[in-house]
Design a protein around this ligand. Sequence first.
Ligand code: FAD
Length: 375
Amino acid sequence: MSQIRVRVVGAGFSGAVAARLLAERGAWVELWDKRAHIGGNAFDTQDDHGVWMHPYGPHIFHTQSQKVFDWLSRFTEWRPYEHRVKASVDGKLVPMPINRTTINQLYNLDLDEAGVEAFFASVRQPYHPPANSEQAVWSCVGQDLCDKLYRGYTRKQWGRDLSELSASVVTRIPVRTNDDDRYFSDAYQYMPKDGYTAMFERILDHSHITLRLNHPFDPTDAAHKAGCDALVYSGPVDAYFQYTYGALPYRSLRFEHTHHTNTDPYQPTAVVNFPNEQAYTRVTEWKHMTGQVCSGTTLTYEYPTDVGEPFYPVPSDASQQQFDRYKVLCEAQENVVFIGRLAEYRYYNMDQAVASALAKSSALASRLGLMAEGV
Ligand code: FAD
């Protein structure tokens, strides 16, 4: 029986997956989280009206990775869910990402697929490669659609103009010439049948895992790093190194929740984007997403802000260069593994966080001489 002890900081996707993998390979794992609950930002719960919702913003699971899907399927059944979003523009609710319907509705046209392709060809301003998000959007759909659907939303979301953000921010959003109005194109699009928190409870249900909630890790406290053979850290990387190279920029969100007693859906899709005319970026109506049948409906309005929980690493050249300096410090740490959205300072989706945690904790298990997988 192994006596290897690993401390894992953070009980979100990254930390929970690492904890489970290491425990199954024989390590004794202590999992700490400063919050009072597991699941990190994917945590879900019921509000005061009994409506299931995600307090840290809507989380939709989608992936191309069969490996990630199969691994999580050990801990949950799934409910098929294809996410759809409308954007409120010029007094109309149009599909987002842009598709044939979006173009026809916005410009009062009746184009077929070939017509939409020709439309895009006539408005595109190609940049090879685009140097920033503005050039990436112009390359794809031209200036007018950029101003209608992207510029205002980005300015609210990131507090910066499109031209100040790296191209990667917008290249993840597809643009279509057909009527496909799904937000994602991935092969696997599901929600955990009993919710994310229930899935996390099952991931962490292992005799080698001890969970300590309300337990903040303090990198300046030597005792917090002692008493274990390795540390897996999924908190903010700049905090770990006591902001040696300054605080990395993050965007956060302030949420406003409203409940309506009427039972009919309030909006046509789970999420409606407001790129231009409101201070909030988007509104989520939870029952579309969770599939819950209940009287009344709860909506959440998102207001982006610079203060609060670090949600989104800001994808700019300057922040990447700042992070690169922290990365050198990470690589010099012995038996400390940095994983996840905050420690790797990367705009990870849930599936990417899982894939990274599986790879990095598996490599750590081998380095620690733990049992091989499947033993
Ligand atoms: P987190 O979930 O942030 O977990 C980190 C954990 O570490 C937290 O529980 C935190 O409390 C804990 N922690 C931090 N510091 C300390 C410390 N010092 N001591 C102890 N504990 C600490 N992804 C998708 O795939 N689909 C979506 O639809 C989607 N929507 C999103 C919407 C929003 C608003 C946000 C913010 C993210 C969204 N994501 C989505 C991304 C998803 O949340 C992340 O991929 C995922 O949460 C990453 O998991 P993580 O464990 O790396 O980080």
